[in-house]
Design a protein around this ligand. Structure first.
Ligand code: AVI
Length: 336
C-alpha cells in the first residue's frame, strides 16, 4: 500500500483548488533563438534556462557556498517569519509569485498558522506539475492550510485574485527574481501588481544588494562549475530541441559585475572561430573567436534604489530586514 494512503487526510480534496488560467504559453523558443543569434550582439533570453535539466541545475546553484542569496533569504525568514506574520490580521491570504517547490515559504506558512490557526495559500506558477507536487506535500504537512493555486502567468493569477477582491493579502516575490528584469521593467511589473492591491495588502520582495566584485562574480561563476553548466545548458537545449550542433567544449561561461548599471552580466564566450548549424531553423550561425552570447542580467540594488523602485511602482518601503552579513534584503512594500 502506498505510504501516501496513511498520510491522506479526509478533507484534503476540499482544501485544494487548482485553476489553470491559460494554455501553457507557446512562446516560441525557435523565434527567440533565431532573433537572438542573428542579432549584431548575440543574446538568448534567460527564461529559457528552466527546462527540466536547467531547473535541476538551478536547485544545485541554490545550495552552493558561493550563491549566498538563497541562504541569506532563508536565514532572514527563519528569524523574522513570526514578526512578519504578526503584522497581519486573520484571515490573510498568502500569495506567492513563482512559488516553485515553496520550500522557503514553509517558514511563513508555519508562522501564519501558529499566529492565526489557519491560512489560505495562493501560489501562482507557470508549472502545473510543480504546483500539484508542492500542494500535495503542503496539504499533508499542514491540516489547517487551504490552497488556491493558479497555474499560469503572474499577471493572469494576480488579475484573478484582484477580481475576487481577496484582501488582506501578503504577496511574496522571493529569490531576487526581480533582479532578472531591468529596473524599468521591474517598476512596470510592480505597478501592475500595485493596481490589484488594497490599502491593507503588502508585498514582501527579496532583493539582492550591491556589493564587492569578488563576492558577486563568484556567486555567478562558482568553483565547481555548476553555474557554467546551467548557462551552457541553454546551448545543450538548442541542440536537443532544435537539432543544433553546438560543441559545449567550445564555449565558456563568464560572469562580469558592472557597477555602473549595477548588474552581473552572464555570457557564453566562443573559444574559437566556429560555425554552428541549427537544423530546425535551417540556419548556420558564425562565431568569431571570443564573440559572446549575452544570456542573463542579475540586477543588484542599493537601499536608495530599492526605495526608488517602491516609489516608481506607487508603493513605499515600509519595513526591511537584512541577513547577519548585510548581503541580502527582504522588503515589505505598502501601497503609497
Ligand atoms: C532566478 N534568478 C534570480 C537567479 C539570479 O540570481 O539571477 C538565476 C541565476 N543565474 C545564475 N545563478 C542564478
Amino acid at each position: 500500500m502506498p505510504s501516501s494512503f496513511f498520510r491522506a487526510s479526509p478533507s484534503r480534496a476540499k482544501r485544494l483548488e487548482l485553476v489553470s488560467l491559460e494554455e501553457p504559453l507557446r512562446e516560441s523558443f525557435e523565434e527567440d533563438v533565431l532573433r537572438g543569434l542573428t542579432a549584431a550582439q548575440k543574446r538568448l533570453p534567460c527564461h529559457w534556462f528552466y527546462d527540466e535539466a536547467g531547473s535541476q541545475l538551478f536547485e544545485r546553484i541554490c545550495e552552493l557556498p558561493e550563491y549566498y542569496l538563497t541562504r541569506c533569504e532563508r536565514s532572514i525568514l527563519e528569524q523574522r517569519a513570526g514578526e512578519i506574520a504578526c503584522l497581519f490580521e486573520d484571515p490573510t491570504t498568502l500569495v506567492e509569485l513563482g512559488s516553485g517547490s515553496a520550500s522557503k515559504t514553509r517558514l511563513l506558512i508555519e508562522a501564519f498558522l501558529e499566529r492565526h490557526g489557519r491560512l489560505v495559500f495562493a501560489p501562482i506558477d507557470i508549472s502545473r506539475t510543480m504546483l500539484e507536487e508542492s500542494a500535495s506535500e503542503l496539504l499533508d504537512d499542514y491540516p489547517r492550510l487551504e490552497i488556491r493555486a493558479f497555474a499560469g502567468r503572474y499577471e493572469s493569477g494576480l488579475a484573478r485574485l484582484a477580481a475576487g477582491r481577496v484582501s488582506p493579502k501578503l504577496t511574496l516575490w522571493l529569490g531576487s527574481s526581480v533582479g532578472n528584469l531591468d529596473r524599468r521593467q521591474a517598476a512596470v511589473f510592480l505597478r501592475k501588481l500595485r493596481a490589484g492591491m488594497s490599502a491593507a495588502d503588502r508585498l514582501l520582495i527579496g532583493v539582492d544588494l550591491r556589493k564587492d566584485r569578488l563576492t558577486l562574480e563568484a556567486a555567478y561563476d562558482d568553483a565547481e562549475g555548476v553555474t557554467a553548466r546551467f548557462d551552457l545548458n541553454l546551448l545543450a537545449r538548442i541542440n536537443r530541441e532544435l537539432g543544433a550542433d553546438f560543441d559545449l567544449e567550445a564555449f565558456a561561461h563568464r560572469a562580469t559585475w558592472r557597477p555602473d548599471s549595477g548588474r552581473v552580466e552572464s555570457r557564453l564566450v566562443s573559444l574559437r572561430e566556429q560555425t554552428v548549424r541549427i537544423e530546425a531553423l535551417d540556419l548556420e550561425v558564425g562565431f568569431a573567436a571570443r564573440e559572446a552570447i549575452h544570456t542573463e542580467n542579475s540586477y543588484k540594488y542599493s537601499h536608495h534604489e530599492i526605495e526608488w523602485l517602491a516609489r516608481a511602482a506607487g508603493m513605499l518601503r515600509e519595513r526591511h530586514w537584512l541577513d547577519a552579513d548585510g548581503l541580502y534584503s527582504l522588503n515589505l512594500f505598502a501601497p503609497a
